[in-house]
Ligand binder design. Structure first.
Ligand SMILES: [Zn+2]
Length: 66
């Protein structure tokens, strides 16, 4: 059963990658998760940058993205 995690900013239901990326870029213990749109806004980068990051972390074999 998957946890329902919502974006703290816009309330959108989050995908696993978005949750993992929030943990990776904010804090692994964070209780605040963002969708890609809001995370890009929060960090001050583009959504494409975040997609690249997700790809990068997956290639590194980061366990959060499994
Ligand atoms: Zn959001």
């Amino acid at each position: 059963m998957s946890r329902k995690v919502l974006c703290i900013d816009c309330g959108k239901r989050l995908r696993k990658d978005e949750i993992a990326l929030s943990q990776k870029l904010i804090d692994v213990d964070t209780m605040e998760f963002y969708c890609l749109d809001c995370l890009a806004d929060y960090i001050g980068c583009t959504i494409d940058d975040l997609r690249d990051k997700i790809q990068e972390f997956k290639e590194q074999g980061c366990v959060l993205f499994l």
